[in-house]
Design a protein around this ligand. Sequence first.
Ligand code: HEC
Length: 120
Amino acid sequence: MKRHLLFIFSFTLLGCTSSTYDDIEDPAEENQTELVTFQDVAFVFENNCIVCHNNPPQNGAPMSLTNFSEVKDAVENRGLLDRISRNEGEQGLMPLGGPRLPQQQIDLIVQWNQDGLLEN
Ligand code: HEC
């Protein structure tokens, strides 16, 4: 609860610097003051990753990304944020074979991590 209030407060403070890049001002958050949770990002994995990172994994993928704990583990231990943030055409970019995710979806997942990888 405390954290939530702090977030609203800092968002308000930064409201006048909208032309500069700032993590807190992720475009996906401009219309909301809620923390980003897995419910907000799950669609990205469903639409782009599960074709290979299924249970069981397909096409040589080393792990599943079919639920909260699997995705959280991949962020914490398998460099998921790095993989989705690589440049188009760069080796190791996920989704494998591209295209790179829309920047807005990458930012949303980065924000989910910053908000503490909450489930709900
Ligand atoms: C076409 C199949 C395919 C798709 C789609 C795909 N991946 Fe992968 N992924 C792989 C394969 C194969 C590997 C193992 C090779 C490697 O590490 O690059 C892998 C590896 C990874 C790794 C590194 C795992 C480790 O332990 O080193 C991460 C993280 C990852 N994928 C995340 C994702 C995410 C997130 C998405 C969706 C945005 C995605 N992948 C979409 C096939 C895929």
